[in-house]
Structure formats: C-alpha cells, structure tokens
Ligand binder design. Sequence first.
Ligand SMILES: Cc1cc2nc3c(=O)[nH]c(=O)nc-3n(C[C@H](O)[C@H](O)[C@H](O)COP(=O)(O)OP(=O)(O)OC[C@H]3O[C@@H](n4cnc5c(N)ncnc54)[C@H](O)[C@@H]3O)c2cc1C
Length: 462
Amino acid sequence: MSSYDVIVIGSGPGGYVCAIRAAQLGMKVACVEKRETLGGTCLNIGCIPSKALLSASEKYHEAHGKMETMGIKMTGVKLDLKAMMKFKDGVVGDNTKGIEFLFKKNKVDWLKGAGKLLGGGKVDVDGKAYDAKNIIIATGSDVISLPGIEIDEKKIVSSTGALELDKVPGSMAVIGGGVIGLEMASVWSRLGAKVSVIEFMDEILPGMDDEVRKESRKIFSKQGMDFKVSTKVTSAKSSAKGVDITMEPAKGGAEEKLSVDILLVAVGRKPYTDALGLDKAGVETDDRGRIKTDAHFKTNVDGVYAIGDVIAGPMLAHKAEEEGVVLAEMLAGQSGHIDYNLIPGVVYTWPEVANIGKTEAQLKEEGVAYKAGKFPFMANGRARAMGDTEGFVKILADAKTDRVLGCHIIGPEAGTLIAEVAAVMEFGGSAEDIARTCHAHPTLEEVIKEAALAVHGRPIHI
Ligand SMILES: Cc1cc2nc3c(=O)[nH]c(=O)nc-3n(C[C@H](O)[C@H](O)[C@H](O)COP(=O)(O)OP(=O)(O)OC[C@H]3O[C@@H](n4cnc5c(N)ncnc54)[C@H](O)[C@@H]3O)c2cc1C
C-alpha cells in the first residue's frame, strides 16, 4: 500500500494550495481529485470562468457606449458568444493545467478518482487504498436550490449552467442578489438580456455596508437591471417557452407572476461531503452539514483535518487558500493564525464592490466608538480620466486610537484597491498612517488616501 505524510481530498484552492505548501515543507503529499481537471470549483466553474466572462462582457459593453464618449466610434460591433465561451474555456484550461504543472514541480501525486475515508488513517481512491499520517478534507461546496425548484441546467440554471449558456436569453431572472447572482446578472445584462434580480432581503448584497448596498442597487438599476427586493419566489416551473415564476412579498401578500427565458438560482452553496465516508470514519458535521473543526482545522478524529468551503466561514477561494497554507505549516511543526476579520470580500461587477473588517452596523452593535471618512471617485482625477466616477471609499477608524477597523468601497478597481487597506489593517495601522503615506498621482488609490484624510475631517480635493 502506498503511504503518504499527507493526503488531501479535493484540489480546489484550499486543497491544491495546502498540498503544494506541505510538499514545499518536505512532506510526501498526494491530492485526490475526481474531476477531470484540477483546481476545484474556483478554477473550473467558479472564480476564473466567471471573471473571464465578466472581463469579456465588460469590453463588449464599453464598445457599445462608453468608448464613444471618449471619442472612439465603434461600428459593426458584434457578439460572437461561441468565441467568448471559447475564450473563457481557454482561460480555465490554462489555469487548471497550471496546477498540474505545479503539482509535478512540487512532486505532489495526483490520485485521480473519488476519495473516501476508510478510517484508521486510510483513504480509498476508486477501489485502491492509501495510507496517510494526515488526511485533509478539502471537498468544497455545491450549489443549492429552493424547495420545489429543480435545477435542470438548461432553463433553470445554477451558476454552473449560467457560465455555459449557448445563446443570450431575451430575459433572465436571478433569484438571489448576492455576489454570484449579481456577477452573472452583470454578464448577461451586458450581453443584452433583460435581467430581473429577486432578493428576499430588503436590499441586495446582504452583510455588506448599508450605504454600499444602496448605492450598488442604484448603479445596477441605471445599467438596466430590474430589482425586486423583499420578495420571495414561491414557485418556478419550466414551460414550453421558458420559466414561469411566482413570487410574493417576503412578509406575505399578493402573488406576482413573471415569465422569463432563463432562471438562475443563486441562493447560496452547501458543503459537499457526498460519498466521503464521514460516517464510517466518525467525522462530525454541524447542523448545516459543515465539517466541525477546532481553530487548528482538526476534526474530532485524530489525523483528519478539514479546510475551505466544507468548514465554517466565508465561502471564498482566498479564505480556503489561507487555511491550506496555515494547516500545512502547522503539520510541519510551525505555528499559524488567520484573522477572519481581515478576509476581503469582492464583487466583480462594474463598478466593483469590496469590503474588509467591520461595517458601521457591526461597530454600532458592538458599541465601538468610530469615525467614518468617505470620499467619492467623482472628485478623483484618474477616475475622471477613465470615465469611471461612480462610487466612493469609506474608511472606518477607532475614535480613540485611529486604528482602521473597516473599509467599504464601491467603485472602479475596488477589488484591487482594498489590498492597501488589508495590508494596513494586518499591521494594525491607523487612518493617519494611510493619510501620511505618499500615493502616486494620478491614481485611484488617492481615493483611499482622501477617505483616510476624511476620517479626520481634512480631505484636500473636496
Ligand atoms: C460562480 C462562482 C464564482 C465564484 N467567484 C469567486 C471569486 O471571485 N472569489 C472567491 O474568492 N471565491 C469565489 N467563488 C467561491 C470559490 O469558488 C470557493 O470558495 C472555493 O472554490 C472553495 O475552495 P475549496 O478548495 O474549499 O473547494 P472547491 O473549490 O469546491 O474544490 C473542491 C474539489 O474537491 C473535489 N472533490 C469533492 N469530493 C471529492 C472526493 N470525494 N474525492 C475527490 N475529489 C473530491 C471536487 O471535485 C472539487 O474539485 C465562486 C464560486 C462560484 C460558484
């Protein structure tokens, strides 16, 4: 029987990063993956293909309006959806093959097939048993639907089907105004679909800063999306023409009907542990099916660990990666720590939305005295030069110590801009630290600096 120091089950960003880091630290490592390609949800049907379609559709959209305002006349711009999908598939292929290369480089064995815990430090991969001192479950997550709504990936699709449509729907409804729903709504709306987003809560992007949430709905509405908030879908049935949806106010009330060509269900994801043998190995899960772990990613079974979407915490690729690195280092005898408050969240719409740390609502609830500084992109030279003036940066700092407690951005390149604040927060820095740091001119980063100055009531350019 082959034996390893570490067997990782699942090759998503949690699993493959953990496997590579463990190999770098001198361990003999294998990674089990049942998909034909490595990289998990993120590389195959998540982050990467969605960003490829977001980039491509954004360019198409720009060619239809914004470019003209900059003096570039475009005539005969046409969409070749097949070619756009080929571009997206190419990006996915390059990335997944990249992981294969990294596995070879780091001498990580890819055990192709479905992994199953056999108990006693053993893993079965399609009928062959392997021994491991440490087993790491990184099996990720899967889509969920609503009761009575069956995803067929043709007319009623999950994000996976929404990344594969073979023609632009005339109309599309999206259940769920969260990150994935809004990103896919942006893609298909830019390509010409009439998109309606149906959200149960009273505002889109639940959990984010309230002002950002309001502003984002305003901006996306202007882009042509229709929003039905405080609304719940009670049924959705495929018809000869498309999908018939019935909805009602979240608190109850008169029914409303909507018929669309395509319905995207984007109401969240669930941990994926199917056929993994958790029962046999005695690994405990919580009431939401997530594998229970302690702060060191240990399950209740000795030598079995879990990371990524399959455990508690935000379902984000970079959260899974951080956990993979920290766990590998702990297994090598080092110490590690993740500050879950400092995991940035990004929505890759245009403008982008990004956040880190606490929201104003959370600080109020926790009774923390804070100061807020806000600065609009409208007053930034570079944003004007780019023709991207919507949105703002808001920085929240402790009223006494000035330590940065949170940052909330809606605006161009928000996902890139948030990295500066993440680094400052990692070092326990203050708004004054950001304000005193020289920022190149003219850049979008100057909006971060001005928001930090605004914390102390002294922005220069407004
Ligand atoms: C449309 C979409 C867009 C997204 N965009 C972003 C984004 O922009 N940024 C971001 O941070 N996150 C994004 N996410 C979330 C991100 O993809 C996940 O948080 C991330 O992939 C989780 O990584 P993971 O390693 O825990 O698991 P996964 O990536 O889900 O990988 C798990 C792997 O385990 C394999 N597996 C499962 N069971 C077994 C078994 N028994 N044997 C062998 N293999 C098995 C699966 O085949 C899969 O390949 C997006 C998700 C979706 C769906």
